[in-house]
Structures are given as C-alpha cells and as structure tokens.
Design a binder for this molecule. Structure first.
Ligand SMILES: Nc1nc2c(c(=O)[nH]1)N[C@H]1C(S)=C(S)[C@@H](COP(=O)(O)OP(=O)(O)OC[C@H]3O[C@@H](n4cnc5c(=O)[nH]c(N)nc54)[C@H](O)[C@@H]3O)O[C@H]1N2
Ligand SMILES: Nc1nc2c(c(=O)[nH]1)N[C@H]1C(S)=C(S)[C@@H](COP(=O)(O)OP(=O)(O)OC[C@H]3O[C@@H](n4cnc5c(=O)[nH]c(N)nc54)[C@H](O)[C@@H]3O)O[C@H]1N2
Ligand code: SF4
Ligand SMILES: [Mo]
Length: 720
C-alpha cells in the first residue's frame, strides 16, 4: 500500500476497525511512519459504505489516547502499605510497583488456584464488557479460560439485554434495514436514539432522506443535539414509551390504519393485542398525561406513522434502561408489524444488526470446557448489573476473586457505593486489565496493560451495519501491553490447562471465528477479507433490485409461531404478561424523591472511556455533563435554587455534589447528568452512586434511566 509520492513512500496505510462499543464499527485508515513505526494519522475509510471517510470527534483524537503519557504500559502490583480505595487522578501510579509479566501471571495463577481450591471455582468472577467489541477481544480465549476454571459465568446485561430479549420475543431475531436504506424513508422516528452523540454515521443518511422530504421525529425526554436538529421533538416523561407506543396502536386501530393483509400473513396474536390496546386505558386522552405530552401529539404521530411510506424507526437502547424497558422495546418493535412498514424499502425498524453476523462464537468460547472444570457442570450465572450485590451479599460461594477486563465497573456499574464497598474488601483478590489506571484499578491487587485497537489483531461485525472487518495491528503494542486473548492463553497454560485450544494464536482464533456455515458469511475468509481491503459486506439475501428487505413475509421470523408475535406464549410460560402493558416505574411513586434523573452518556466520550482525556473533556459543553445537573428552572425555583448553585442530588443509595445549570434540555420533573470518571467529579462520586441494581422486566438489564432523586442546596461547599 502507500502511493508513489515522496511523503507517501515514507509511510504506509493500514485498514483497522474501531472496536469501541458503538453501532458504527468504523473502518479506519491508519497512516504509519515507516521510520518510527508510529501511527501518525487516522481517518475514516472512504471505501467503507457506512464510515464514508469520517470519524466521530472522540476517535478523531484517538492517537492522543494511544500515545498518552499516562497509559498503563507494564504489569504492576499494589504496594504492601497502600490500602484499596480511591486515588487522586495523577497519583495512581504511586500506589503500585512494576513487576514482570512472569511474576504477574504466576501470582494470578497461584491465587486463582488457591481460591478455587479453597472456596470452589465459582468464587472467581470474571467481569468484562465492551472495551473492545472485536470477536477475539470481546469473548474468546477469556471465556475458554473461565469455562475451564469453572468460574461463575457473567450475564452481560449492562447495556442491551432488555432490548435484545424483547425483540427476540417479537421477531425471534435482531436484524433491520441497512443504514444506507434510510435515505429512502419519508418518516424517520429516532426513538430513544441519540444519533448525533452515539452513532453519527447514520446521520448523513438521515440528512439525505430529509433533503428528499423526509420528516425526522425524535422521541427522547432529553433535548439531544439530534432532537434539536429534528423536525419534531417529543419530550416524553422517561419510562413511558410503552404507554406512547400502545396509544399509537390504539389510534391506528381506531382509525383503521393497520395493514390487514400484512397482519394476516405475518403476525400472531393480533386479536389479543387489539383487545388490550383498545381499552380506554390506552386512549390518547388518558396516555397523554402519563407521557407528559399533548393528546394531539400522540394522534398526529400515530396517523403520520401509519400513513407515511416508507416509515422507519431507529429504536435504540435508551428506551430499555428502565423497569418497564423490555416491554417498551417490545411495544415499539410491534409498530411496523401493525402498519406493514417492512414492505417498503427504506421502512421497518432497526435496533441492532448483530444477529446477521454468524461468527462461530461456540468455537471461540467453548462452553463445553465447563464440564472439564472441577464443577463438571455449567457454572452459576451472576448478573453484571448487580455487581454490588454479588460482591457484598452473594453466598454459596462468596466471590473471592474478581477479574476485570474490557470494563470499568468502578465507574459504570449501577449502585456504585455497593460496588466500591465490595471492591474494597481485603479478602477479595482483584485483577484489572486495561489501557489506563481507572476508577476500578484503584481497587486492584494486580493491574495489567492492554493494547488499543491499533495494537491488536481482531475480526469484527457491527450492530449498526452489515460489514465484516478484519483489523490487523497498525503498530506494535505500546510498552508491554498484551491482548486479552494472549493474556488468557498464557494464564491457562500456567494453571496447567493442557487442552491444545489454549495455545491457539490470534490468527488461529480469527480463522475459527470465520469458520462458519452461516449463509450470510459465504466466502468471508481471512484471505478474502485481506484481498478486499479488510472489509466485506455480509452476503445478505437481496431482491431483484439488490435491496435487503427483512420481514417482508413470514419466512423471516424465528419466533415459536414462525410469525411476528404480538402475543408471546414463551413470555407467558415464564410467568410474564404475553402482551405489552404499561407499568409505572416503582420509584416514580415516591414523593420524597420527586425528580426523575437521566444518568446519561456524554457525547464526547464513550461510557467512561476518554473521560480522562483533556481534549475530549474540552469538547464537552461545559454546561452539560459531569459536575452539572441540568434542571428545569421551575424545579429549581421550587427549591430556592439558582443557576450555578452547588446542590446535593440524593436518594436512598447515596448523594453526589453537582452544580445547577439551566440548559433548556430537560422538561419539568426531569434532571440530567453524565457518566464519567468518579475521581474527576466534584466530590469523587460518580453518577452511578444514584442508580439502582433493579433490573428490567425482560432480559435482566440495568435500569440506568429509572432513577428518582431529590435535589437540595448543598450544606457546605466542596468547591475549591
Ligand atoms: N458519544 C458516545 N457514543 C456512544 C456511547 C457513549 O457513551 N458516548 N456509548 C455507546 C454505547 S455503550 C451504547 S449502548 C450506545 C447507546 O446509544 P443509544 O442507544 O442511543 O443509548 P443512550 O444514549 O443510552 O440513550 C439514547 C437516548 O435515550 C434517551 N432516553 C432515556 N430514557 C428514555 C426513555 O425512557 N424513553 C426514551 N424514548 N428515551 C429515553 C436518552 O436521553 C438518550 O438521549 O451508544 C454508543 N455510543
Ligand atoms: N449512569 C450510566 N451508567 C452506564 C451507562 C449510562 O448510560 N449511564 N451506560 C451503560 C452501558 S450502555 C454500557 S455498554 C456500560 C459500558 O461499560 P464498559 O464496557 O465498562 O465501558 P467503558 O467505560 O468504556 O470501559 C471499557 C474499558 O475497557 C478498556 N479497554 C479498551 N480496550 C481494551 C482491551 O483490548 N482489553 C482490555 N482488557 N481492556 C480494554 C478501556 O480502557 C476502558 O477502561 O456502561 C453502562 N453504564
Ligand atoms: S466510536 Fe463509533 S463513530 Fe466513532 S470511530 Fe468508533 S465506530 Fe466510528
Ligand atoms: Mo452500551
């Protein structure tokens, strides 16, 4: 690669994949200086059909992160005299002393063996999420290792499990229209989806559609940039999406706007649904006040949705982070079944494209190894959204070792005070593998350095498009950083796991991931990927016009009935309501905590990733985000508060210090603040001090946006 001119000959370019937890999975062109082997520039791959040559603001500055002076570059162990607990930013390194990889691996292997012998292997808990979503980095050798050990299994529910389980009940599979097809839509509903902040590569397609006359409606309690730029912003009360979707159904059926042919051919349980939504309870006149919007808004939205073709819904995970969240995703997911929106190219519904990928995860993760463990059976499951409970209360057995990688639970996990109380335990052995010292490493016994996505080999799908990509390292790992796959292969060998699978190299694993009979992976091999610029579209079934149009007929559904299910017998079997129903969140009834809080993601960092980077922090609007609570002026004046006042935002789980800002982005009754690093907040407490370990109705997901709080003037200021 590289071209003929003088500058280019000094450099080469490599296609890598952004492995951050983002639907866009961008193709990236990294320019490497041949003399220094440094990556000097990264840009969006212009050949990638969704990336189309640009990167988001976060990753445009990724090299600052890769070459950051405070990157973790070597294994370290906690100094004997330093207790576990929060460290000031910039002072973390002083708590640890450098050790060799050999010493680190030997220590970990010995401790895990001892703990496993003493308390049973299930007393070891792996804790990982999506630091990288590459197939190898997200779940391959690590799973083999913990399966063979017999460690507790982690139920990875912190992000998407409610929405995923919900859509599975309706469709049996999670796929949707290609992002490129959004240009054909005439109505786009961004429902709990912050496109501008969280998945910017859909935006140009939305804009093109709007130039062609499409209307963009954003349904979000918060006025995101996406909402500000939309044709209409419906700022509903958080957690009331089920009510809104069912009221829309009520209007559609009342006005006879449903697609009867589609319903007859492709759906199951329509009469039962009709009976449920046609009760007076779901009439817009009753639902409007629940949602905090006008009756007319619901009626117009429903009619417009049913009569505009093509109409597409970009539902995202925002709507499912509440107690009734699984049902909300179900109800919204049913709308295109009612109107037959799937029949029109550019219409339908997109939550995730991940089910279209058929990487061989069974081969990568080998769950059968649990039977070779001392347990000789499947290990127990621990819900990651209840880590505080797991570390402080779970018995049979207690957790005695916590192995964190790809995640920063000290900041991102709900009920933070319980999580940190657990991680502070002296009798808990904690290992953390990360690129930086974080709010979690403050509690680690051993820290291990991990590479960035420029420094490791992987293969990746996406949850916002249908392109498979190979990502071969553009540079050598910084310092002694080593990948997740390498780490767990090494540990396995030190623990005497002699199965040959623990000696597989990263390239072996990539080949195993691609070794699949999945019909949409035809011809996608490592060699083929390399021959195609490291990216290939899945071989999706297309019509004669080349269009990918799922759910146009009944053959697409993977539900028990083989149809789109309004009524779910499988939910009934689990003792759940087979039909959607709006149920108010429990905390909303508590009058001592009358304000609903959105514990949001920041636009310029990725969950907690980048929150420590000065330039990223600078990009975030100073009046939003960390250290700020956005309030409606009426809610403030009712408490005698003014803009700029320092306040205590509190509930029964804890309190945090923030400064009041009037941004015009929240409606009365709702306040908002952002997720970031605890140690960079005003009082050392992150927003997750306030979030709870309650889980969603379906899918056991976290309920980050179902939090009630009281706001009051801070007694004494912690301001410098
Ligand atoms: N810049 C940036 N990009 C990111 C991330 C990040 O942290 N920063 N995180 C990445 C990750 S891990 C994920 S999962 C995706 C998530 O991306 P999204 O699925 O878009 O999820 P969220 O940002 O959680 O929520 C989207 C919107 O839902 C709104 N919302 C909250 N409660 C409700 C409700 O009850 N009803 C409705 N209708 N809306 C509600 C929020 O105000 C928010 O604007 O983004 C990814 N991309
Ligand atoms: N209040 C509140 N809390 C939230 C959310 C919210 O919206 N509000 N969002 C929730 C959601 S949707 C999610 S997905 C979770 C996200 O939670 P996490 O998945 O924990 O996300 P990050 O905070 O980005 O932390 C990922 C960590 O992995 C590290 N990492 C990156 N690459 C590698 C690698 O190759 N190997 C290893 N070992 N480590 C690596 C990064 O440096 C980073 O510290 O947070 C959840 N928490
Ligand atoms: S975070 Fe998302 S938008 Fe940004 S470069 Fe990565 S995949 Fe693309
Ligand atoms: Mo997420």
């Amino acid at each position: 690669m590289g071209s003929g001119n003088e500058l280019a000959s000094a450099t080469r370019t490599v296609h890598v994949t952004c492995s951050l937890d983002c639907p866009d999975s961008c193709g990236i062109i990294a320019t490497v200086d041949n003399a220094t082997e440094r990556v000097v520039r990264i840009t969006g791959d212009p050949e990638h059909p969704v990336t189309r040559g640009f990167l988001c603001g976060k990753v445009a500055r990724y090299l600052d992160r890769v070459y950051a002076p405070d990157r973790l570059l070597h294994p370290m162990k906690r100094k004997a005299n330093v207790p576990k607990g929060p460290l000031k930013h910039g002072e973390e390194f002083a708590a640890f002393e450098r050790i060799s990889w050999d010493e680190a691996l030997d220590t970990i292997a010995q401790r895990l063996q001892f703990i496993s012998d003493e308390h049973g292997p299930e007393s070891v808990l792996p804790y990982s999420y999506a630091g990288t979503i590459g197939q190898l980095g997200y779940g391959s050798m690590d799973r083999r290792f913990f399966h063979r050990l017999g460690a507790s299994q982690l139920d990875r529910t912190i992000c998407a499990s409610a929405g995923s389980a919900a859509l599975n009940t309706v469709y049996g599979v999670r796929i949707g229209p290609e992002p490129q097809s959004f240009v054909h839509a005439k109505l786009i509903l961004a429902w709990g989806a912050n496109l501008h902040g969280n998945s910017i590569h859909l935006w140009p397609f939305v804009e093109e559609a709007r130039r062609n006359g499409a209307r963009l409606v954003v349904i979000d309690p918060y006025q995101t940039k996406t909402a500000k730029l939309a044709d209409e912003h419906i700022a509903l009360t958080p957690g009331t999406d089920t009510a809104l979707a069912m009221s829309m159904m009520h209007v559609i059926l009342r006005d006879g706007l449903e697609d009867r042919d589609y319903i007859a051919a492709c759906t199951h349980g329509f009469e039962a649904l009709r009976e449920r939504v046609m009760t007076a309870e779901y009439a817009p006149e009753n639902i409007a006040k629940i949602c905090g919007i006008d009756v007319e808004t619901i009626v117009t939205l429903a009619r417009r949705y049913a009569t505009t073709k093509p109409a597409v819904i970009r539902m995202n995970y925002g709507i499912q982070r509440t107690d009734n969240g699984g049902t909300a995703a179900r109800a919204v997911g049913m709308l295109p079944l009612l109107t037959g929106a799937w029949k029109h190219h550019g219409g339908g519904l997109m939550l995730s494209s991940s089910n279209a990928f058929g990487f061989n995860s069974a081969k990568l993760q080998m769950p059968e190894l649990m039977h070779a463990s001392p347990l000789h059976r499947e290990a127990r499951m621990v819900n990651m959204s209840q880590l505080g409970h797991a570390l402080t209360e779970l018995t049979t057995p207690h957790i005695h070792a916590l192995f964190v990688y790809n995640s920063n639970p000290g900041a991102v996990a709900p009920n933070q005070n319980a999580v940190l109380r657990g991680m502070r335990r002296d009798d808990l052995f904690t290992v953390v593998h990360d690129c930086f010292l974080t709010d979690t490493t403050d509690y680690a016994d051993i820290v291990l350095p991990s590479p960035s996505f420029l420094e490791q080999d992987d293969v990746q799908g996406a949850y916002g498009h249908y392109v498979a990509q190979l990502s071969l390292r553009a540079m050598q790992p910084q310092g002694e950083a080593r990948s997740n796959a390498w780490l767990f292969g090494q540990l396995a060998q030190r623990m005497g796991f002699d199965e040959p699978c623990f000696r597989d190299t990263e390239h072996d694993l990539i080949r195993q991931a691609l070794d699949t009979q999945h019909p949409w992976h035809q011809g996608i091999t490592m060699e083929a990927l390399q021959a195609h610029g490291n990216m290939m579209q899945l071989t999706l079934p297309r019509n004669e016009c080349g269009e990918f149009m799922p759910f146009t007929d009944a053959s697409w559904f993977r539900t028990p009935s083989g149809k789109g299910e309004f009524y779910s017998e499988s939910l009934l079997e689990q003792g759940l309501d087979p039909l959607p129903a709006y149920v108010a969140a429990p905390e909303r009834k508590d009058s001592t905590q009358p304000l609903r809080m959105l514990a949001r993601k920041a636009d310029n960092w990725m969950n907690s990733t980048f929150a420590n980077m000065a330039k990223h922090r600078g990009m975030e609007d100073a009046r939003i985000g960390l250290n700020i609570v956005e309030m409606h002026p009426d809610d403030a004046s009712a408490r005698g508060l003014h803009e700029g006042d320092e306040v205590e935002v509190a509930n029964e789980r804890g309190s945090i210090r923030l400064e009041v800002a009037f941004t015009g982005r929240v409606v009365k009754g709702t306040v908002a603040t952002s997720l970031g690093w605890n140690k960079l907040s005003r009082d050392g407490n992150g927003v997750n001090v306030l979030t709870s370990e309650r889980v969603t109705d379906i899918g056991g997901g976290a309920t980050f946006y179902a939090v009630n709080v009281q706001v009051s003037r801070a007694a004494t200021s912690v301001l410098q």
